[in-house]
Design a protein around this ligand. Structure first.
Ligand SMILES: [Mn+2]
Length: 432
């Protein structure tokens, strides 16, 4: 082998021939071990969900490039004694006690609720709603959404509102069940323990309210519900600026842009039982909409809302939810709201819903349907000046649980408002 002088860096003194040969050899070896470079046209830039518009093409090219996918990754160390220690929450240090919810006083929990540590606590307390945190942020690609659960725990504790004069905390038995264990370095490995925890809660008959975390967790949440209520038996109302059904992305099958695709492709949910609300921006393009149509999705874009008005579209969504399976999950990406109200999120898109539009539809959906799960995702307090996003996120959860309480009280319908706060609510009072 002859050594070309071009192998030494310009301006540096040429190393001895034997050393140069060694470097060259090492360089060649390194090249041989690397994955083939992606073609620039197919490579997703790190800008956000909108960049996966050519998902189908990417899937194709990923297939071609996957001749030896193992060569492209650094594997986990199977001999690491700590390989799986993160998977289970360790409660071995808890003091002995009777099972049941535990009051935490002024210690932070969701809405100041008592905490529960075990399934036995949920059962003994006859818990109806169990909050859990799922602090995943690798699915966005940058940190922040993983702080969402604690941001919500730090909010003031009041619940309910004068629209209904109902405080759900007085009507429902609810607890903070803590955070799901996750592998903070891996979205893929984090899905299973979140799904298991959702399943645990649902098996007791309680409603899991999962606070993210990025939207990758929708996969774990809904798959966990399908484990309990049966495959294809759960419908999902997905509030989001994005459709989150992207194809393979740099080899990854799950990120915050893909949970819907995974749920459908893996057979957990039928496309026709997905209702998408609030889509806008540049993603998806025609392929994404055609994929949704092939799979019989029902979707409502901001374009439709701008043309027909929110009142009309809201009635459509509520009617569609009634024309669906018996069990319903609401997956609420905070970025469905306009960045004016929710700047604290990873992929904001201008032109979104307002709080005045979002709150009544949530009360309506959660009161008219048999809600079996709810998630609030993509709250990123690290980019949330003024806590505006956390404030709106808290209210989103609050409105849905108000709906659940209305249903329990036999008042569940989309138009319910307290007579005290209605202009026409006075006995013998003015008509509308
Ligand atoms: Mn999303």
């Amino acid at each position: 082998m002859t050594v070309s002088s071009s192998s030494s860096r310009p301006g540096s003194a040429a190393p001895p021939a034997s050393l140069t040969r060694l470097f060259l050899l090492a360089g060649l070896l390194a090249l041989a071990c690397e994955a083939p470079p992606a073609e620039s046209g197919d490579q997703a830039s790190p800008g956000g969900e909108a960049d996966v518009a050519t998902a189908a093409q990417q899937a194709d090219s990923a297939e071609q490039e996957a001749a030896d996918p193992e060569a492209a990754i650094i594997r986990l160390d199977p001999n690491d004694p700590n390989l799986e220690v993160w998977r289970d929450r360790d409660i071995s240090g808890d003091p002995p006690r009777e099972p049941g919810p535990i009051d935490v006083g002024s210690v932070l929990s969701f809405f100041g609720l008592p905490i529960a540590r075990t399934i036995e606590d949920l059962v003994a307390g006859e818990v109806e709603v169990a909050f859990m945190g799922a602090p995943v942020d690798m699915g966005v690609g940058f940190r922040g959404a993983g702080e969402g659960p604690n941001a919500l725990r730090a909010m003031r504790r009041s619940t309910g509102s004068m629209e209904t004069m109902i405080s759900w905390r007085s009507e429902l038995t609810a607890v903070d069940y803590g955070n799901a264990p996750i592998d903070q370095f891996s979205v893929e490995r984090s899905m299973e323990p979140i799904r298991r925890m959702v399943r645990e809660i649902a098996e007791t008959g309680a409603i899991p309210v999962i606070i993210g975390g990025d939207h990758s967790i929708e996969f774990a949440n809904v798959a966990g519900l399908a484990d309990v209520y049966g495959k294809e038996n759960v419908g999902v109302i997905h509030f989001d600026a994005h459709y989150d059904a992207g194809g393979t992305r740099m080899g990854h099958l799950i990120s915050h842009a893909q949970p819907v695709r995974r749920l459908v492709d893996d057979g957990h949910i039928l496309g026709r039982n997905f209702i998408q609300v609030g889509l806008r921006g540049s993603w998806p393009g025609p392929e994404g909409f055609e994929w949704m149509r092939e799979n019989e999705f029902r979707y409502h874009t901001m374009a439709e809302i701008e043309r027909d008005g929110w009142a009309t579209v809201m009635q459509r969504v509520l009617d569609e939810a009634n024309d669906g399976p018996e069990y319903f999950h609401v997956s609420f990406d905070i970025d469905v709201m306009d960045p004016a109200y929710t700047s604290g999120t990873g992929t904001p898109v201008p032109g979104g819903l307002t709080p005045r539009e979002v709150f009544p539809i949530l009360r309506g959906l959660c009161s008219e349907n048999n809600l079996v799960g709810f998630d609030l995702v993509e709250l990123n307090p690290l980019v949330d000046p003024g806590y505006t996003t956390a404030l709106n996120a808290k209210q989103v959860v609050d409105e849905c649980l108000t709906g659940v309480a209305l249903r329990k009280l036999g008042l569940g319908n989309r138009d319910y408002l307290s007579p005290l706060t209605r202009r026409d609510g006075r006995p013998g009072g003015v008509e509308r």
